[in-house]
Unconditional design. Structure first.
Length: 388
């Protein structure tokens, strides 16, 4: 009888995995799942952090774009950046070699409106800002060379230096600092800071252009002095300030003698040249805080801040001599002997309800009356209203 045969499948032929091997595989799978879960959580936290950073930068950018004036913008660039980004210190350095920004900031108020943390410099920008082939933000640890960019005080750990570029030229730097050494590194949100530097530069340029346009509407094109339209805005403010702080304020009204004869004999271009030269000579005797206005034609008005009538007389006499003692040379070579007359009036205090505009107008009227006395007394002289 034939022996029975037995058929075995491959599965029946191979032994199954041991329990230990199955446990190690399950552990590896759980470990991988845990790693992936932790990586997802890390990415989620990173995304939330980036979203928060984006929102802060977005809020800051909107604030800069909505700034109403140059002083407001500069204040936001320093104070707003510090508060919105949660920094220990923020400074703004602007290169102002011709003092144009100072002039624009002074505007219609005194003293000069430079917000805290803003520095205007005539000299070259610090090397930490100006060095390098391209003006790109620099992020990293605080160094000794950064000291000139920040105000002394809290210990700083890391900084971000944002160059400001206008019309292709480096005009300054917005400097951010934190006491946290890990706050700013080479990899820390560089794109956000590049964008912030670009928007801050654009806002600065737009604000400067707005101020220039506003100034041009208030400026006499021939002499570059303020015009009467500006005087109508500024004088009540100066009077109110003088009354508030109980400080003297004097008005000096000046008028070129026989100016019509210059125009009639030499022509209006020669007359314009004389006006420009006389305006320059007057200005050299004034302080930057004094308010100077081309009142009309050959008349100039100067408001001497914190100056008594007696002190104003000394200023006026220096101006008169500075005009009379040196002839003015015209383009054709002629030398003109020019003189001027002046009248001085001091601000008179009013009652508690006095209108600053009315007090300013009355002071102007008294200075004009004193000028008339100088003219009738023979010209080339200064008369105080209290003596007229």
């Amino acid at each position: 009888m034939p022996e029975p045969t037995h058929k075995h499948t491959a599965a029946q032929a191979l032994p199954g995995p041991s329990p230990g091997l199955r446990d190690r595989g399950a552990q590896a799978l759980r470990a991988e799942n845990l790693r992936l879960r932790e990586e997802l959580l890390r990415l989620a936290r990173e995304a939330e952090k980036n979203e928060a950073i984006f929102r802060r930068f977005h809020d800051l950018e909107l604030a800069l774009l909505n700034a109403g004036s140059l002083p407001d913008l500069l204040r936001l660039m320093v104070q707003g950046t510090r508060e919105i980004l949660g920094l220990d210190q923020v400074t703004l350095i602007l290169h102002d070699p011709r003092q144009e920004i100072r002039g624009l900031l002074q505007g219609d108020t005194l003293p000069l409106r430079v917000p805290p943390g803003v520095r205007l410099t005539d000299s070259a920008l610090p090397s930490e800002i100006a060095d390098g082939p391209r003006p790109l933000p620099w992020l990293g640890p605080y160094r000794n060379g950064h000291a000139e960019l920040f105000t002394p005080g809290k210990r700083l750990g890391s900084v971000a230096l944002l160059p400001l570029v206008a019309q292709g030229s480096l005009v300054g730097s917005l400097n951010l600092a934190s006491s946290d050494r890990s706050r700013y590194t080479e990899r820390h949100a560089r794109d956000f800071h590049v964008r912030l530097a670009s928007i801050a530069s654009l806002c600065l340029q737009n604000a400067l252009n707005r101020e220039r346009l506003l100034l041009s509407s208030h400026t006499d094109l021939l002499t570059r002095w303020y015009n009467r339209r500006y005087l109508d805005l500024r004088l009540p403010q100066e009077v109110a300030r003088a009354l508030r702080y109980r400080e003297p304020l004097c008005c000096l009204m000046l008028d070129l003698d026989h100016f019509k004869q210059i125009n009639d004999r030499y022509g209006h271009p020669a007359g314009d040249a004389v006006l420009r030269e006389v305006a320059g000579r007057i200005q050299r005797q004034l302080r930057s805080s004094d308010l100077r206005v081309r009142y009309g034609g050959e008349e100039f008005v100067v408001f001497l801040i914190r100056t008594t009538e007696q002190d104003a007389l000394g200023v006026a006499e220096r101006i008169r001599r500075g005009v009379a003692e040196t002839p003015i040379q015209l383009q054709e070579g002629q030398l003109l002997q020019v003189t001027l007359s002046g009248g001085i009036a001091e601000l008179e205090p009013g009652g508690r309800s006095a209108d600053p505009a009315a007090l300013g107008a009355a002071m102007l009227h008294r200075a004009d009356a004193a000028l008339y006395q100088a003219k009738t007394a023979g010209r080339d002289r200064i008369v105080r209203h209290s003596q007229s």
